[in-house]
Design a protein around this ligand. Structure first.
Ligand code: NIG
Ligand code: FE
Length: 405
């Protein structure tokens, strides 16, 4: 198979080692100046100084004296929805809160109603440019949740749309069944339906890697979530949890106890939750777009890292709480809002975000890893975390050794 040699990279910056990066390790990058690297069959086979390359190669790509970092992993999105939430946005600007809107049957419920009237074709057509924006922002791997269905058939339909979207993007999509909010009538029957029918059907049809539950006053209780997540675990699916967005109700502790891959949000988490996370292996995922958009206090990213918790960052792209279409911006906001250093934010957006999806073959640039990388417009890797709102900070996106953006 052909080998491509990439040369003239001003600086290659990457976390090393698969799995979870905690504490001091989270801020430790490997920086290789004047780097070159070789790719075969979509994987990195060599990284070093050009003078040390003595293999054969079929093609040379000159990176023009720019910096290279691993491609981002966006480990939390709700990219498939119908309708819009512009009325919520305006109402919140006039003092209404997200929780009030949800409790009154709007918010997520409004999106469920608007999603229900759109065809699968329409939903896929709406989602495609959203995924394209995430890809352009540097996300080579994107998790996508269902959750705007609230019946077995409606959730399956969303998962089918996500499966179909994989044919429309070079990014690797990882679908998640999200048990989002209880239907307005019959919550006990829905939980039972999810456990006995929806999860087994999703597994049988191979439509999701993970199950996620939203634990909140207006969503599911810890006990309901436990039943759903235990069923998912028994079926061999990975677990994810939305917890402590507005209130610390025990969702973080449940996620750690059940060995969830990640627990996401954490805006309302305090010392007890940080301690629980420090004792476990669950990744804590920061969603700074939510803090920015809803004006809620950011999750305690600094204290989580200092307590040795592995931290990831994601966009949470969705119409209600985070209309953030850039993974680069999410990582840059984690520095401003959650108190991470640029190196910690890069780790959070790459190798730890990969761990939040149970992936060890990406999110870092090492031999045998996928050749998913970003060429920056700049010669300094820190520009990827510094820049706000300049779309061309990521000059090129390479996935599996192929230029896709
Ligand atoms: O991650 N909080 C729950 N779910 C999403 C928001 C979904 C919506 O508002 O449409 C979130 O913030
Ligand atoms: Fe979310």
């Amino acid at each position: 198979m052909s080998i491509t040699l990439f040369t003239n990279c001003a600086e290659l910056a990457t976390p090393l080692g698969g799995g979870l990066h905690r504490g001091a390790l989270q801020g430790l990058l490997h920086l290789l100046p004047e780097a070159s690297f070789a790719v075969q069959d979509g994987r990195l086979i060599w990284i070093g100084a050009l003078r040390d390359w003595n293999g054969d190669h079929d093609r040379v790509v000159d990176l023009g004296g720019r910096a290279v970092i691993p491609a981002f992993v966006d480990s939390h999105t709700h990219a498939v929805w119908g309708g819009h939430r512009l009325d919520d946005f305006e109402a919140r600007s006039q003092g209404k809160t997200y929780e009030e809107i949800l409790a009154a049957g709007g918010g997520i419920y409004q999106t469920v109603r608007q999603t229900a009237v759109a065809s699968e074709e329409t939903l896929a057509a709406l989602a495609k440019p959203r995924l394209a924006a995430l890809l352009r922002s540097g996300a080579a791997t994107i998790e996508v949740k269902s959750g705007y269905g609230l019946t077995t058939e409606a959730e399956m339909r969303l998962l089918r749309v996500i499966a179909r979207l994989q044919d429309e993007t070079p990014a690797a999509l990882f679908p998640t069944l999200l048990i989002h909010v209880p239907p307005e009538e019959g919550r006990e029957a829905y939980v039972q339906e999810v456990v006995e029918h929806l999860i087994p059907t999703v597994v049988r049809e191979g439509l999701a890697h993970f199950v996620d539950v939203f634990i909140e006053r207006e969503a599911f209780t810890v006990e309901e979530a436990r039943r759903i997540l235990e069923a998912a675990k028994a079926h061999g699916l990975g677990l994810k949890v939305h917890a402590d967005q507005f209130h610390a109700l025990g969702g973080v502790e449940l996620a750690v106890e059940l060995g969830a891959l990640s627990v996401d949000h954490l805006e309302a988490s305090g010392e007890a939750q940080i301690e629980a996370l420090a004792r476990g292996r669950t990744v804590a995922t920061l969603l700074p777009g939510v803090s920015l958009h809803l004006g809620v206090p950011p999750a305690p990213g600094r204290r989580l890292v200092d307590a040795n918790v592995p931290v990831a960052v994601a966009t949470d792209l969705n119409p209600g709480s985070s209309p953030l279409f850039s993974m680069q911006m999410a990582a840059a906001l984690a520095v401003r809002l959650n108190g991470l250093t640029p190196a910690e934010a890069l780790t959070a957006a790459t190798v730890n975000a990969a761990a939040a999806l149970g992936l060890r073959d990406r999110g870092r640039l090492e031999e045998a890893c996928r050749a998913d990388f970003l060429v920056l417009a700049s010669a300094d890797w820190r520009d990827a975390l510094y820049t706000l709102g300049a779309p061309d900070v990521i000059a090129q996106v390479w996935i599996g050794g192929e230029l896709v953006e």
